[in-house]
Design a protein. Structure first.
Lengths: 477, 376
């Protein structure tokens, strides 16, 4: 075999990779458009007045909190204003080292509560449980630090209702979020989980925990991430959901059948991607046991979250996501090509493995190879530009499709200037931003393969777009 | 997306290397130039598609702005007119423009939900005057699913008998949205006549939103619905019977209780029993309820505990006390709550029970319920 044969083999490989990836993207696009048009059509019935008669299942909203003293009051206050017939809020203070608990005790009039706590999932010790005198549907669990997954498991132990909604303490929900996300459970009793659409909160006008007006972020880094979120949710999840092959529900907002999660073992505490790992595991267990089930995506924009506005925090986040992806797939490798796994195990899982997990490696390898060839004088500059033109065009097209879906459906960004900036971002994200993310992810993949440990890191939140009510001076002291 | 770029770059590198002896052959027969040409023309096509798509997005936004302007103008003109028409005042109605039709359906349907009696009749008269009735028929027969739905909702609001067979046809639709709209329409036109048609669907269709169905039934009134639904529950298999009984409970159709008792006399299915227990509120049902406190299935015991809390008599507290030590948390919790709700037991007695009960789980759950009590 000569070097030319080897290179020819690589060519075939890349060509089939290229065709395979784009076929999946095209299929996802078609499914997404069909799905959102059907969903919007069903909302005609929403013109009829909603009537809630006690047939809606009650929901436990679980909000893990760690060192959230700056925002916890407004976050919980907004959760208390959700429009839903019957729900409770369980805040799990996960060994916070700041004044999160003291501030909550003072603001919400919390008192120790003799909860008959059931340990259905093992967690770090629970130190105390409080309930609010002022808000009967609010309870707070104070426990030793164990991480987000451990906190959620403690919340599940404490939850009284058949469905639980896992939210981030700093997520901003729409008032009708629970009404929207519970619909799949009403329509199909085999639903085990439903995820909501997460939108970028940077640039929005938020007061006292409520979204007053949506807007586009000012900082270019946040605008680029807005496009990514549109792609990930309106194109990605909307495409996989009707195929019952959606492998992730965002930890910022997801509704789950509590008993099914407990049967599956709850959240794993040995991974940084506990949200994705749980969903992949639910797929695996239900497929292996041949149980009818559904994991669904609700496309309404019902949860808003802050995205990093500096490169350091963004890097930390993306490395964590990459690591979480790898761990989730590795821990559930039994789903891959299992005879009962259907589209999940035969299409979605291999897609995630080959194109999402290993994709950054391929991209970085391509850049390195290109640079090496350039210095060896093997690179045809004209052809290089043509292929670059092709790949930029394809990348732009895919992001434009997501923007098109947004324009068909929710049109959150009403100003023309915002639309203009999004259209620019769609083009310019291909020049530097995507390469940077790929490099971070590729290097972390290598580190992980070599046995590097994963960790959460800290997100530096600016929250400059929020106008929160000031915490009362001396509160909690 | 990053993979797309990776592939593009990798293909480039592998395909376009020079000098000649390092060139790559795609297939042995193809030359490198074919690949480059392919990439070039594909890139041009993509660039064109990108420009078209961008134009489409901007165009859609412009259309949206225009539509919003039209909607604001429409509401400015029509909302006051409809408001006057509803109360019977004489109003000159302009001709409805083509682009205003869907807006008119929306406004008219909205107002229909907020008026009653003669107001509805006036709204329907207005619909006939501006041609909405004929338009509704046309919409239902169109190929556009959204228009079909708008038309079905409108035909229901119009309450015209001649729409009966069309609505009955749509009741059989595979689309849950359209079939529920048809169900609603039939129930609005003639609820008594509709019930035998819709009940089998209510029983069978798990893709129908229970909240939507329950609200339609509630609007029809329990005197209309209970007999047909309860009798169907008697003959239906367990899963369908459970669904029907839950709707009866959700709509407070207590006229159906005698038939529910018949169902309980014949069915041993735990799901049916637990669905029926919330309907029992009379002292004559106490023996049945007491016997269910020892049922092997936990969710039956839960409903039995709740029911005892509702209708229990002095002496029934011992049944609930025995449930305080149940293996299932929910049974213990509901039993404790039921004890707390019995009017002949005060918090003093409950506290005493909490202090003296031999079972640790019972003491824990009583502590919790006592702390939850408004009198704590």
């Amino acid at each position: 075999m000569t070097i030319h044969d080897i290179i020819a083999i690589f060519q075939f490989f890349f060509l089939f990779y290229f065709l395979g990836l784009n076929s999946i993207y095209l299929a996802l696009n078609v499914v997404s458009i069909w799905n959102i048009l059907g969903y919007l059509q069903r909302q005609e019935l929403d013109r009829l007045p909603p009537m809630y008669l006690g047939m809606e299942p009650p929901i436990s909203v679980l909000a893990p909190a760690y060192n959230e003293e700056a925002t916890i009051v407004t976050s919980i206050s907004s959760l208390l204003q959700l429009k839903y017939n019957d729900y409770e809020i369980v805040v799990i203070v996960d060994g916070a080292t700041d004044r999160t608990l003291e501030i909550m005790i003072a603001h919400f009039q919390l008192e120790p509560f003799p909860e008959a706590y059931r340990v259905r999932l093992e967690t770090k010790p629970v130190l105390a449980i409080y309930h609010s005198v002022r808000h009967p549907n609010l309870r707070v669990v104070h426990k030793e630090n164990g991480g987000k997954a451990d906190a959620l498991n403690a919340g599940i132990n404490c939850a009284r209702y058949p469905l639980y909604c896992a939210v981030d303490a700093d997520s901003i929900l729409q008032r009708e979020s629970l009404e929207r996300v519970v619909q799949p459970f009403l329509e199909d009793p085999t639903t085990v989980a439903a995820g909501g659409c997460i939108r970028v909160a940077n640039g929005c006008h938020v007061e006292d925990g409520f979204m007053i007006k949506a807007g586009l972020a000012r900082k270019p880094l946040a605008v680029l991430q807005t496009i990514e979120y549109l792609r990930a949710f309106l194109f990605g999840r909307l495409g996989w959901s009707p195929l019952n092959a959606m492998l992730i529900i965002s930890g910022a907002f997801g509704l789950f059948n509590k008993e099914k999660v407990i049967e599956a073992g709850g959240y794993r505490t040995d991974t940084v991607g506990e949200d994705m790992e749980l969903v992949v595991r639910l797929h695996r267990i239900n497929r292996q046991q041949k149980k009818p089930y559904k994991i669904v995506f609700v496309p309404d924009p019902i949860c808003w979250t802050e995205v990093p506005e500096n490169l350091k925090t963004l890097r930390s986040q993306r490395i964590r996501w990459q690591r979480g992806l790898g761990e989730s797939l590795k821990l559930n490798k039994g789903l891959l090509f299992h005879k009962n796994s259907g589209l999940v195990g035969w299409v979605a899982f291999p897609y995630m493995l080959v194109f999402e997990l290993l994709g950054p490696m391929l991209e970085v390898a391509g850049y390195v190879f290109m640079i090496v060839c350039f210095f060896l004088g093997l690179l045809n500059a004209q052809a290089m530009l043509i292929f670059l033109f092709l790949s930029v065009g394809l990348g732009t097209l895919l992001s434009l499709t997501a923007l098109l879906l947004e324009e068909i459906s929710y049109r959150i960004y009403t100003r023309f200037s915002d639309l203009g900036r999004l259209l620019l971002a769609v083009v310019f994200e291909n020049f530097g931003y995507r390469q940077l993310l790929a490099t971070w992810r590729a290097f972390d993949l290598i580190r992980w393969a070599l046995g590097g440990k994963s960790k959460w890191g800290e997100m530096k939140r600016s929250a400059t777009w929020r106008k929160d009510a000031p915490v009362a001076p001396g509160a909690g002291r | 997306m990053r993979s797309v770029r990776a592939v593009g770059l990798a293909m480039l590198v592998l395909a376009c290397a020079e000098p000649a002896d390092a060139r790559v052959a795609f297939f042995p027969q193809l030359r490198e130039q074919v690949l480059v040409d392919f990439a070039y023309y594909s890139g041009l096509a993509l660039a064109l598609l990108v420009v078209v798509l961008m134009g489409a997005i901007v165009g859609m936004r412009l259309v949206l702005v225009l539509r919003r302007f039209q909607e604001a103008r429409f509401l400015e003109v029509w909302r006051p007119k409809l408001a006057k028409y509803v109360v019977g005042m004489p109003v000159a109605l302009p001709k409805l423009k083509r682009h205003e039709r869907t807006l008119m359906f929306g406004l008219w349907s909205q107002m229909h939900e907020s008026v009653r009696g003669s107001g509805r009749e006036h709204l329907n008269a207005l619909a006939r005057e501006v041609g909405l009735d004929a338009l509704a028929w046309k919409y239902v027969r169109s190929a556009n699913p959204r228009k079909q739905l708008i038309g079905l909702i409108a035909l229901g609001n119009l309450r015209e008998g001649k729409a009966w067979f069309l609505l009955a046809e749509w009741l059989e639709s595979g689309s849950p949205t359209h079939s529920i709209a048809a169900m609603r329409g039939l129930m609005l036109v003639d609820p008594r006549r509709a019930m035998p048609l819709v009940v089998p669907h209510i029983a069978r269709r798990s893709d129908w939103s229970p909240v939507r169905v329950a609200s339609i039934l509630k609007e029809a009134g329990t005197d209309v619905i209970f007999r047909v639904m309860a009798k169907s529950a008697l003959q239906a298999p367990a899963p369908e019977a459970i669904r029907l009984v839950k709707y009866l409970a959700a709509t407070n159709a207590f006229e159906a209780v005698p038939i529910v008792r018949q169902l309980l006399a014949t069915s041993r299915d735990p799901g049916v029993v637990s669905a029926c227990l919330p309907m029992l509120r009379e002292p004559q049902d106490l023996d049945f309820i007491r016997a269910r406190c020892g049922h092997p299935v936990w969710f039956v015991r839960v409903q039995a505990a709740i029911a005892l809390g509702r209708v229990g008599e002095p002496g029934d507290e011992r049944h609930l006390e025995s449930l305080l030590a149940d293996s299932n948390w929910w049974v213990r919790y509901r039993a404790a709550q039921a004890l707390a709700s019995l009017p002949f037991l005060g918090t003093g007695l409950l506290s005493e029970l909490k202090d003296t009960h031999s079972d640790a789980y019972a003491r824990d759950i009583l502590s919790q319920v006592l702390a939850e009590s408004p009198l704590a």
